[in-house]
Design a binder for this molecule. Structure first.
Ligand code: AMP
Length: 422
């Protein structure tokens, strides 16, 4: 579907198409196709989307139309507020807004504010008001406290990377800001992951939202180096140990399929003098909190987690994510690797692939539109050539030489089909 079919008003469409063409946005991405018509109709949106999906333009374009349709007379008042977790993202979103809006018949003023720099120029800039405010929460509150703006005219709130906003400890600031916004408004909520705190926040803010879930596109994760290393399943722990030690990673999140595997792998790493901890649903809350604190403080270098437990890990900057066991689906893959390389940081995602998991990894690549070169690490070359346990593509290696039964084959086919569907 082209940009012309998304419901933009004829009055501004030529101006938007011109700026889109200059940016080489020839066709809308999946999230743009899904979100733009709904936002233009005034609906709330709840989108599960990562950086790279094209989410910024998905909210920027309809906002620009809404603001152009209701031009201001007199002082500009903030009508669209975009809250972001980091200054890098604030600058990036502001830039997209300005470039996409530059040919509109009405000038839309975009103000970008974030902390860590002097507040005075930001206050001066706000004297003549602004139509769109892109802000990190702390600095926004400072400016409000200085009477540099108020939020009483905000019609649209965008929470961008909501999970990171909470990860970075902006929960309290967010609460204060939300309390200052008009109750009647449109809310657009974007998050890469949906741990319980984010689900609860979304529930409290949104009214009958359109739910959108998109996997990252290939250009999706520009800062994440994705690698696939071929290794026989029984040698994965040794390889992991070798990589942690030789590549000197600071903070590593390793994904495994079971609680048992989390315990075993962490234990073996500890025996090799690596600060490693398991992280899964059977640990007490106290233990989990302790592990997270130590991980944050860099007292723990490696956390070996199951997918479900890892949702509670509110640490954004992971140097490396390792898929010791492959994720079940392409969507899970996106969520896992999204834990590294965020907000302009570079990161690395490594998947261990063996003869028995190769087909499953290919499906993930296909779903992601990816092609990751297979590597071998000297001393850990994969020797197995046949799937050793076709029954379970996610198995910990299976039993060497075991021939799959008919039931095994059916199960494997069903698992592959499920992964394809997701
Ligand atoms: P975002 O997810 O908003 O951070 O965008 C990720 C990248 O995709 C950015 O480099 C955008 O410039 C680019 N992008 C966004 N929308 C499109 C589109 N429709 N066509 C091509 N590239 C796009």
């Amino acid at each position: 579907m082209p940009f012309t079919s998304l419901g933009f008003s004829p009055a501004i469409l030529p101006a938007l198409l011109r700026s889109l063409a200059e940016k080489d946005y020839l066709r809308p991405t999946a999230i743009q196709t899904a979100a733009i018509p709904a936002i233009l109709q005034g609906r709330d949106v709840l989108a599960s989307a990562q950086t790279g999906s094209g989410k910024t333009a998905a909210f920027a374009l309809p906002l620009l139309q809404q603001l152009s349709e209701a031009p201001v007379s007199g002082t500009r008042r903030v009508r669209a507020l975009i809250l972001v977790p980091t200054r890098e993202l604030a600058a990036q979103v502001g830039e997209v807004m300005v470039t996409l809006g530059k040919y509109l018949p009405q000038r839309i003023k975009v103000a970008v504010v974030f902390g860590g720099v002097s507040i005075n120029p930001q206050m001066m800039n706000l004297r003549s008001g602004a139509d769109i405010m892109v802000a990190t929460p702390g600095r926004l509150l400072d400016l409000i406290d200085h009477n540099a703006l108020n939020l009483g005219s905000v019609n649209t709130l965008v929470l961008d990377e909501a999970d990171r906003l909470l990860d970075l400890g902006f929960g309290e600031e967010l609460g204060r800001i939300l309390g200052m916004l008009p109750v009647q408004r449109q809310t657009l909520f974007f998050s890469a992951t949906f741990p319980p705190a984010i689900e609860a926040l979304a529930q409290s803010l949104l009214s009958a939202p359109l739910r959108i879930e998109v996997a990252a596109t290939p250009q999706a994760a520009p800062d994440i180096v994705q690698r696939a290393i071929e290794v026989d399943p029984p040698r994965r722990t040794q390889l992991l140990r070798h990589l942690v030690q030789t590549e000197k990673w600071e903070r590593v999140l390793v994904f495994v399929a079971t609680k048992h595997a989390a315990e075993i792998v962490a234990d073996k790493l500890r025996k090799a003098d690596i600060e490693a901890e398991p992280f899964h649903g059977e640990l007490s809350q106290g233990k989990r909190t302790q592990v997270l604190q130590d991980f944050k403080a860099k007292a723990v270098q490696v956390v070996v987690a199951t997918d479900v437990a890892a949702r509670g890990i509110d640490i954004a900057q992971m140097s490396v994510v390792v898929n010791y066991d492959l994720p079940r689906s392409a969507v899970d893959y996106t969520h896992r690797i999204g834990r590294t390389g965020r907000a302009g940081e570079s990161g690395m995602a490594i998947s261990f692939v063996s003869a028995s998991t190769e087909a499953h990894f290919r499906l993930i690549e296909k779903r992601q539109g990816l092609s990751v070169a297979r590597e071998q690490i000297a001393g850990f070359e994969a020797l197995e050539t046949q799937p050793v346990n076709a029954a379970d593509p996610l198995s910990n290696g299976g039993i060497k030489g075991k021939r799959p039964s008919k039931k095994d084959k059916l199960r494997a086919a069903a698992a592959a089909a499920a992964a394809e569907r997701e």
